[in-house]
Design a protein around this ligand. Structure first.
Ligand code: 2YC
Ligand code: MG
Length: 259
Protein backbone atom coordinates (compact mmCIF):
# COMPACT_ATOMS: atom_id res chain seq x y z
CA UNK A 1 0.00 0.00 0.00
CA UNK A 2 1.41 3.42 -0.92
CA UNK A 3 2.22 5.29 2.28
CA UNK A 4 1.13 8.91 2.41
CA UNK A 5 3.83 11.59 2.37
CA UNK A 6 3.59 14.94 4.19
CA UNK A 7 3.32 16.59 0.73
CA UNK A 8 0.20 14.53 -0.06
CA UNK A 9 -1.48 16.09 2.98
CA UNK A 10 -0.53 19.71 2.31
CA UNK A 11 -3.50 22.18 1.90
CA UNK A 12 -5.87 19.37 2.84
CA UNK A 13 -8.72 21.86 3.37
CA UNK A 14 -8.41 23.09 -0.23
CA UNK A 15 -8.27 19.51 -1.55
CA UNK A 16 -11.41 18.78 0.50
CA UNK A 17 -13.30 21.86 -0.73
CA UNK A 18 -12.48 21.07 -4.38
CA UNK A 19 -13.40 17.37 -4.20
CA UNK A 20 -16.55 18.13 -2.19
CA UNK A 21 -17.60 20.66 -4.86
CA UNK A 22 -17.05 18.09 -7.61
CA UNK A 23 -18.91 15.38 -5.66
CA UNK A 24 -21.87 17.77 -5.18
CA UNK A 25 -21.93 18.72 -8.87
CA UNK A 26 -21.71 15.19 -10.31
CA UNK A 27 -23.91 13.33 -7.75
CA UNK A 28 -26.21 16.07 -6.43
CA UNK A 29 -25.11 15.33 -2.82
CA UNK A 30 -22.13 16.57 -0.85
CA UNK A 31 -19.82 14.32 1.18
CA UNK A 32 -21.82 14.64 4.43
CA UNK A 33 -25.11 13.76 2.67
CA UNK A 34 -23.52 10.80 0.86
CA UNK A 35 -22.13 9.42 4.17
CA UNK A 36 -25.44 9.94 6.02
CA UNK A 37 -27.31 8.08 3.26
CA UNK A 38 -24.66 5.37 2.83
CA UNK A 39 -24.56 4.52 6.56
CA UNK A 40 -28.09 5.84 7.42
CA UNK A 41 -26.68 7.70 10.38
CA UNK A 42 -25.66 11.18 11.56
CA UNK A 43 -22.53 12.00 13.58
CA UNK A 44 -23.15 13.09 17.16
CA UNK A 45 -20.76 14.78 19.60
CA UNK A 46 -18.37 11.89 20.10
CA UNK A 47 -14.75 12.54 21.16
CA UNK A 48 -11.99 10.98 19.05
CA UNK A 49 -8.61 10.08 20.56
CA UNK A 50 -5.95 10.18 17.83
CA UNK A 51 -2.77 8.20 18.60
CA UNK A 52 0.54 8.61 16.70
CA UNK A 53 2.10 5.19 15.97
CA UNK A 54 5.88 4.90 15.61
CA UNK A 55 5.91 1.34 14.15
CA UNK A 56 7.39 0.52 10.72
CA UNK A 57 8.20 3.67 8.76
CA UNK A 58 7.11 5.62 11.81
CA UNK A 59 5.20 8.83 12.30
CA UNK A 60 4.14 10.86 9.24
CA UNK A 61 4.66 14.44 10.44
CA UNK A 62 1.20 15.87 9.55
CA UNK A 63 -0.89 12.66 9.63
CA UNK A 64 -2.47 12.94 13.12
CA UNK A 65 -2.92 16.72 12.77
CA UNK A 66 -4.75 16.03 9.49
CA UNK A 67 -7.00 13.54 11.28
CA UNK A 68 -7.79 16.14 13.96
CA UNK A 69 -8.70 18.65 11.23
CA UNK A 70 -11.04 16.08 9.61
CA UNK A 71 -12.66 15.05 12.91
CA UNK A 72 -13.44 18.69 13.76
CA UNK A 73 -14.57 19.44 10.16
CA UNK A 74 -17.33 16.84 10.62
CA UNK A 75 -18.34 18.35 13.97
CA UNK A 76 -16.76 15.84 16.35
CA UNK A 77 -14.42 16.67 19.24
CA UNK A 78 -10.85 15.31 19.05
CA UNK A 79 -7.41 15.31 20.62
CA UNK A 80 -4.00 13.94 19.70
CA UNK A 81 -2.37 12.04 22.55
CA UNK A 82 0.88 13.45 23.94
CA UNK A 83 2.53 10.02 23.79
CA UNK A 84 2.57 7.57 20.86
CA UNK A 85 1.83 3.83 20.75
CA UNK A 86 0.62 1.93 23.82
CA UNK A 87 1.21 4.84 26.17
CA UNK A 88 -0.90 6.94 23.81
CA UNK A 89 -3.65 4.32 23.77
CA UNK A 90 -3.76 4.24 27.59
CA UNK A 91 -3.82 8.07 27.60
CA UNK A 92 -6.69 8.25 25.08
CA UNK A 93 -8.92 5.74 26.86
CA UNK A 94 -8.15 7.24 30.29
CA UNK A 95 -9.02 10.69 28.93
CA UNK A 96 -12.48 9.41 27.97
CA UNK A 97 -12.17 9.03 24.20
CA UNK A 98 -15.31 7.46 22.65
CA UNK A 99 -13.47 6.62 19.42
CA UNK A 100 -9.80 5.62 18.90
CA UNK A 101 -8.04 6.37 15.58
CA UNK A 102 -4.53 5.05 14.84
CA UNK A 103 -2.54 3.68 11.91
CA UNK A 104 0.58 1.62 11.33
CA UNK A 105 1.93 0.96 7.83
CA UNK A 106 -0.57 -1.85 7.19
CA UNK A 107 -3.84 -0.97 8.89
CA UNK A 108 -5.43 2.41 9.63
CA UNK A 109 -8.38 1.85 11.96
CA UNK A 110 -11.17 3.63 13.83
CA UNK A 111 -12.67 1.85 16.87
CA UNK A 112 -15.82 3.02 18.66
CA UNK A 113 -15.36 1.96 22.30
CA UNK A 114 -19.04 2.62 23.05
CA UNK A 115 -20.61 0.24 20.52
CA UNK A 116 -17.50 -1.87 19.73
CA UNK A 117 -17.80 -1.13 16.01
CA UNK A 118 -14.41 -1.07 14.23
CA UNK A 119 -13.56 -0.12 10.63
CA UNK A 120 -10.42 -0.14 8.49
CA UNK A 121 -9.47 2.69 6.14
CA UNK A 122 -9.09 0.45 3.11
CA UNK A 123 -12.63 -0.97 3.34
CA UNK A 124 -14.20 2.41 4.16
CA UNK A 125 -12.29 4.09 1.32
CA UNK A 126 -13.27 1.42 -1.22
CA UNK A 127 -16.94 1.62 -0.26
CA UNK A 128 -17.28 5.41 -0.40
CA UNK A 129 -15.33 5.98 -3.65
CA UNK A 130 -17.41 3.21 -5.29
CA UNK A 131 -20.58 4.80 -3.89
CA UNK A 132 -19.60 8.21 -5.31
CA UNK A 133 -18.90 6.69 -8.74
CA UNK A 134 -22.26 4.88 -8.70
CA UNK A 135 -24.21 8.04 -7.88
CA UNK A 136 -23.13 9.82 -11.14
CA UNK A 137 -26.23 11.76 -12.30
CA UNK A 138 -25.30 11.56 -16.01
CA UNK A 139 -24.63 7.79 -15.96
CA UNK A 140 -25.87 6.06 -19.14
CA UNK A 141 -26.50 2.65 -17.51
CA UNK A 142 -25.85 0.58 -14.35
CA UNK A 143 -22.61 -0.68 -15.89
CA UNK A 144 -19.57 0.38 -13.87
CA UNK A 145 -15.85 -0.31 -14.32
CA UNK A 146 -13.62 -1.18 -11.35
CA UNK A 147 -9.87 -0.95 -11.99
CA UNK A 148 -7.84 -2.67 -9.25
CA UNK A 149 -9.14 -5.52 -7.07
CA UNK A 150 -6.81 -5.26 -4.12
CA UNK A 151 -8.28 -4.70 -0.65
CA UNK A 152 -9.63 -1.20 -1.52
CA UNK A 153 -10.92 -2.17 -4.98
CA UNK A 154 -12.44 -5.46 -3.78
CA UNK A 155 -14.34 -3.67 -0.97
CA UNK A 156 -15.75 -1.18 -3.48
CA UNK A 157 -16.66 -3.88 -6.02
CA UNK A 158 -18.43 -5.85 -3.29
CA UNK A 159 -20.45 -2.75 -2.33
CA UNK A 160 -21.45 -2.15 -5.97
CA UNK A 161 -22.53 -5.77 -6.57
CA UNK A 162 -24.60 -5.65 -3.37
CA UNK A 163 -26.29 -2.50 -4.71
CA UNK A 164 -27.30 -4.04 -8.04
CA UNK A 165 -24.67 -2.56 -10.37
CA UNK A 166 -23.24 -4.50 -13.35
CA UNK A 167 -19.63 -4.59 -12.28
CA UNK A 168 -16.91 -5.05 -14.88
CA UNK A 169 -13.39 -5.24 -13.42
CA UNK A 170 -9.75 -5.65 -14.36
CA UNK A 171 -6.57 -6.32 -12.40
CA UNK A 172 -3.23 -7.62 -13.72
CA UNK A 173 -3.10 -9.92 -10.67
CA UNK A 174 -4.88 -13.09 -11.86
CA UNK A 175 -5.59 -14.28 -8.25
CA UNK A 176 -7.30 -10.98 -7.37
CA UNK A 177 -9.38 -11.26 -10.58
CA UNK A 178 -10.40 -14.90 -9.95
CA UNK A 179 -11.29 -14.09 -6.31
CA UNK A 180 -13.59 -11.26 -7.46
CA UNK A 181 -15.16 -13.41 -10.21
CA UNK A 182 -15.73 -16.37 -7.84
CA UNK A 183 -16.86 -14.43 -4.76
CA UNK A 184 -18.64 -11.42 -6.33
CA UNK A 185 -19.61 -12.65 -9.82
CA UNK A 186 -18.06 -9.60 -11.48
CA UNK A 187 -17.48 -9.64 -15.26
CA UNK A 188 -13.82 -9.45 -16.29
CA UNK A 189 -12.84 -6.55 -18.54
CA UNK A 190 -9.54 -5.88 -20.27
CA UNK A 191 -8.39 -2.72 -22.04
CA UNK A 192 -9.02 -3.88 -25.61
CA UNK A 193 -12.67 -4.90 -25.00
CA UNK A 194 -14.78 -2.51 -27.08
CA UNK A 195 -17.02 -1.48 -24.12
CA UNK A 196 -16.85 2.11 -22.75
CA UNK A 197 -18.01 3.26 -19.30
CA UNK A 198 -19.51 6.48 -17.87
CA UNK A 199 -18.69 5.41 -14.27
CA UNK A 200 -15.16 4.33 -13.27
CA UNK A 201 -13.85 3.44 -9.78
CA UNK A 202 -10.04 3.16 -9.84
CA UNK A 203 -8.14 1.79 -6.83
CA UNK A 204 -4.54 1.06 -7.77
CA UNK A 205 -1.17 2.31 -6.51
CA UNK A 206 -0.24 2.95 -10.17
CA UNK A 207 -0.45 5.98 -12.46
CA UNK A 208 -2.09 6.06 -15.91
CA UNK A 209 -4.16 2.89 -15.58
CA UNK A 210 -7.09 4.44 -17.50
CA UNK A 211 -6.95 4.41 -21.35
CA UNK A 212 -9.19 6.16 -23.91
CA UNK A 213 -10.84 2.87 -24.97
CA UNK A 214 -12.33 2.46 -21.50
CA UNK A 215 -14.22 5.70 -21.04
CA UNK A 216 -17.17 7.61 -22.51
CA UNK A 217 -16.98 11.37 -23.09
CA UNK A 218 -17.80 13.35 -19.90
CA UNK A 219 -17.58 10.23 -17.66
CA UNK A 220 -16.89 10.25 -13.89
CA UNK A 221 -13.65 8.80 -12.45
CA UNK A 222 -13.68 8.28 -8.67
CA UNK A 223 -10.31 7.25 -7.22
CA UNK A 224 -8.43 7.37 -3.89
CA UNK A 225 -5.38 6.18 -5.80
CA UNK A 226 -2.12 8.08 -5.37
CA UNK A 227 -0.65 8.52 -8.03
CA UNK A 228 -3.65 9.32 -10.22
CA UNK A 229 -4.80 6.61 -12.63
CA UNK A 230 -6.23 9.15 -15.09
CA UNK A 231 -3.64 10.64 -17.48
CA UNK A 232 -4.28 14.43 -17.48
CA UNK A 233 -4.37 14.67 -21.30
CA UNK A 234 -7.11 12.00 -21.48
CA UNK A 235 -8.97 13.76 -18.66
CA UNK A 236 -8.99 16.97 -20.70
CA UNK A 237 -9.73 15.35 -24.10
CA UNK A 238 -12.77 13.45 -22.77
CA UNK A 239 -13.80 16.22 -20.30
CA UNK A 240 -13.72 13.69 -17.43
CA UNK A 241 -14.99 14.63 -13.97
CA UNK A 242 -12.38 13.43 -11.42
CA UNK A 243 -13.00 12.84 -7.69
CA UNK A 244 -9.58 12.22 -6.10
CA UNK A 245 -8.47 13.24 -2.59
CA UNK A 246 -5.79 11.67 -0.30
CA UNK A 247 -7.46 11.21 3.10
CA UNK A 248 -10.64 13.11 4.06
CA UNK A 249 -13.18 11.15 2.01
CA UNK A 250 -11.90 7.79 3.34
CA UNK A 251 -11.79 9.03 6.95
CA UNK A 252 -15.33 10.44 6.69
CA UNK A 253 -16.50 6.99 5.58
CA UNK A 254 -14.65 5.41 8.54
CA UNK A 255 -16.27 7.75 11.09
CA UNK A 256 -19.86 7.40 9.80
CA UNK A 257 -19.48 3.59 9.51
CA UNK A 258 -18.85 3.12 13.27
CA UNK A 259 -21.50 5.50 14.67
O1 2YC B 1 1.83 9.08 11.84
C1 2YC B 1 1.54 7.92 12.17
O2 2YC B 1 0.96 7.58 13.22
C2 2YC B 1 1.87 6.80 11.17
N1 2YC B 1 2.07 5.55 11.85
C3 2YC B 1 0.73 6.72 10.14
C4 2YC B 1 0.99 5.66 9.05
C5 2YC B 1 -0.12 5.69 8.01
C6 2YC B 1 0.19 4.69 6.91
N2 2YC B 1 -0.93 4.65 5.97
C7 2YC B 1 -0.94 5.45 4.92
O3 2YC B 1 -0.07 6.17 4.60
C8 2YC B 1 -2.17 5.54 4.06
C9 2YC B 1 -3.46 5.35 4.68
C10 2YC B 1 -3.83 6.53 5.44
C11 2YC B 1 -4.38 5.14 3.52
C12 2YC B 1 -3.48 4.72 2.55
N3 2YC B 1 -2.23 4.87 2.93
MG1 MG C 1 -3.78 4.90 -9.06
Amino acid sequence: MALLTPEDLENLSTQLEMSNETVKRVTGSDLKEICETLYSTKLGSQTVGIIPITAGNGVISNFTSSLLYIVEYFGLKGFITEHPDVTGYYEAVSAGADIIMMADDHIFTAHNLRNEKIMSNHVATGVIYAEIASKFKEASSKDILVIGLGRVGFAGACHLVNNGFNVYACDPNKEFLEKAVNELGIKTYCGDDRKKFSMVFEATPNADTITEGMIEERCLVSTPGIPCGLPPEIGKKYRVDLVMEPLVIGVASMLYSII
